[in-house]
Structures are given as C-alpha cells and as structure tokens.
Design a protein around this ligand. Sequence first.
Ligand code: G6Q
Length: 544
Amino acid sequence: MAAAATPLLQRPAWKALEAHYAKAKDTHLRQLFADDPSRGQRFTDEAVGLFLDYSKNRITEDTLRLLLQLAEESGLRQRIDAMFRGDKINITENRAVLHVALRAPKGEKIVVDGEDVVPAVHAVLDKMSDFSNRVCSGSWKGHTGKRICNVINIGIGGSDLGPVMAYEALKHYSQRDMTFRFVSNVDGTDFAEAVRDLDAAETLFIVSSKTFTTLETMTNAHTARDWSLAALGGDEKAVAKHFVAVSTNTEGVEKFGIDTANMFEFWDWVGGRYSMDSAIGLSTMLAIGPDNFRAMLGGFHQMDEHFRTAPFEKNLPVLMGLLAVWYSDFFGVQTVAVLPYEQYLKRFPAYLQQLTMESNGKHVTLDGSRVNNDTGPIYWGEPGTNGQHSFYQLIHQGTRLIPCDFIGFYKALNPLGRHHDMLMANVFAQTEALAFGKTPEQVKAEGTPDWLVPHRVFGGNRPTNTILADKLTPETLGKLVALYEHSVFTQGAIWNIDSFDQWGVELGKVLAQRIIPELESEEEPKLAHDSSTNNLIGRYRQNK
Ligand code: G6Q
C-alpha cells in the first residue's frame, strides 16, 4: 500500500506552507478581493452538476499551488488508485475500502481477494428492488394478510445515520402512504415512541446491522420481536413476515429467527459510515423506490469518477479536503460548520459528523506513530436560515475562526411565492457578511454613537465555501455525499492516517458490558472501578 514516505512536517510543501502562512495569515479577504476583481470567478470549480465557489477562503494562488503540491507529496494519487483498485487500505482491520464498488455500474470490474465484487453488488440490488416492489405494491403481506404500511429501520451509527439522513433528504420523492421510522438508541423511549401509534400487523422491521451483535440494535430487535409477537398472537411464524435483516452475519440472522431468504447481504469491505448505498439503504429504497435509489447511486458514481480522474486543481473533493487541512493545521481551526439551505437536508450535518469525525478523529499515522499535527476538525451544523437566529452570532463576531460550507439550490422542491429567493438571498448575504464584515468607519457613518461602535463592528475575514446545485434530487444527494466522502479521504491521505477504522468507540462498549450486570444483579455487586464510577453505580442502584 502506498504510504507517504516522508513524515508530514518534513515534506517540502508543508515547510513552504508554514513560511507562506506566516506571511499570509493576516491578509484580509477584503484585500484579496480588492487586489483581484476576478477572484470570484477564478476560485470556482464545477463538476458533475455541483458548483463550488471557494473564492471566499483565505488563500492566494500561492496557497493553492502549495496545497496541491502537498497532495502530490503526500501520495494522494497513489492512495486514490489503491482505494479504487480494492487494496486493503484499512490497514488496522486488513480490509479493502470499497464503498465505490457499491455504486459501480454493471460490467465494471473491481477485484477483492481474487473475486470481482460488482456482480454480487448488483445481485443484492436486484433482490432489494424485488423486495421493495413487493412491499410497496402490497403483494408482500403481513402475518394476518394486511399490507405493510409502516417500515421501521432498527440500526445504529452507520446502520442508522445514512438511512435517516437519506429518508429525510429524499422525502419529497417518497411513497407518502407509508410511514418510515428509525430506532437506534438503546433508550427504550426511542422504540416506545416509534411504535406507539402503529399496528403490528402492518409493520415491517428491518434489522440493519453489519455484525448483528451490536448491543443497541440487538436489544431493540428483540423488543420489536416481542412487541410484534404479542400483538400477532404469539405465532413465531409471524417473524418471517415482519422482520428482514441487512447484515454480513448469516449465522447471527438465522439465530435471531429471521429467514435468511429475507436477508440482504453486504460485505466487510463496506465501512459502516460508508454503507448507505449498500443494503443498509433498504429503507431508503422502500421509501423512494428502486429507480430513485439507482439514480442516487448514479450520482455517487459520477462523483467517484470525478474524484478518480480529474486533475487535483479541478477536483472538487480534493480542493475541499485541502482547504480543510489548511485551516486545521495552519490556522488551528477546531470546527467546521456545514449549513444546508434546504430543509430536507436537516439531518445532513448529523450524518457528516460520523463520516468526518469517525474517519479522521485519529491520533496516530498508519505506522502507529503519534501525529505531530491536528487531524480531523469537529463538524457540526443546522439548516439555514434557522441557525442565523442562534449560533451565527459566534461565527460572525466570536473569537474563534469557523470555516463554513453553505449548500444551496437554484430551484426549490416546494416553490411557494417568494420563499426560495428569500432563502437564497440569505446564503449570499451570509457569505458576503462573513467575508467582508463591517468596519468601524462604516458603522460610524451610519450614525452609531461612539460607545456602541465596537459592538456593531464585524471583523469579516471568515472563510466560506458555497456549494450550489440545481435542485435536491436522489442523484444530487449521491453527488453531495460522495463529495464529502472523498474530501474526508483527501484529508486522511495528507495526514497519513487510517480513515476507515474506529478503535476509539471500542473502550466504552467493553466497559458498558462489564457494568450492565452490576446494575442488574439482585445481590450487591463487588465494585472494582475507580471511586467515582463505584459511587455513581451505587447511587443508581439505590435509587432506580
Ligand atoms: C461506522 C461504525 C459504526 C457502526 C455501528 C453499527 O463506521 O463502524 O457506526 O456502523 O456501530 O454497527 P453494526 O452495523 O455492526 O450494528
């Protein structure tokens, strides 16, 4: 596997960027735009129907040249090729990283361990399509002969966040006479609220779990089984009509009592947070139909091809990834806000939190040595314009630098009077205000009393990307998600980290398994934790 030979801080481009940063760090966007009136056209890129304006970033031609050089010196090209070739680039789990195979068209060839995986991908897609058609047409019936009107996906993390986000994002295209819900939390409230107004005879559960061992998912799946059987007269045969599974673990699925004919398979080369277009997307397909699902995959594939083939200076995910590195490692930026001006994308920032932070929240490089630079920033966000009436204050006038991605569409899915122009005016106004701010002179000229002037000054120089597309369709969603996936990949390649493992979520899981019996036991357990944990457990036991 191609790893960058030279440690990051010793690469010539990195050193050159350090010197460049020292000179350029205080340059104001006002100055950059004044010096170069064509900047707003030049620092833009358009590919596969997505337009990126990155001119309101604190960069010059030199910055860009050095960042692109850093990409070359970091072996990004070789890393991209290795991923698409099916090399085991997730080195700590010895796995290929092939979410790109999930959206490869029929006839493409991607080989893992001597086997072309593309035919198997399409076989599962066909099986999903057939199942979706049967459920949505009503030919798949529940145990009592009623048609299925409610679908509940049970899963967590990568087996939940993608399906939830995609369902919300594509609700406009969904079958409106069906109800879709998502249960993830082991907190019983999640399940109780999801089923409280539903008839079990009309409800189908999709148990989505790559491993089929995850505590939360298995607990919720067993509760769902009990709930269904209690309402359906206790006949075990009902399980086959009301439960299907999405998993890599056939044995676990069988043991749960789900007929493996109703199991939709995926593979260990699909990471959880990269799995929304595998069978984990079954709820998405049920909601929007197979054709729309395939259109979404088509969007992903277009962005994959762009990422794989476009020169870095014209490559959207590469440019976005390099900008993220520039801010994280040189400006010391801690967080990035993603602000979709599209209500249907309300869960997009939550989805990106897992994609970005589970991938690049790493403290060692591929060879296990401690990184000497910051890695993945914290991603967060809310749809516009709501955020403007809350946390934007800090972005505009706080002491921290928070680069933002604004996402907007030329066309509304629900055109209502002047709404869309007003919405988009806010996108352009916010990025303008963040970049250029308002000087004390401008504030004074408005007749503001002297004492109030500092409070009303906007420093500006706050960087933003603006991403525009025609309208939110399944295909566009695929492109957008793939854009961020590959931007994350780019960052990970520069940092030389494993963006595809997630060891950091293990310890808490193991400790919880140890504590569960201590909370449940009738007898007073012998506690051997630290004094705080012992005390908290004791207090809970006394008061529960
Ligand atoms: C994602 C992670 C994690 C995973 C969940 C659910 O990359 O691996 O979020 O998706 O822990 O795992 P299962 O699908 O195995 O239940």
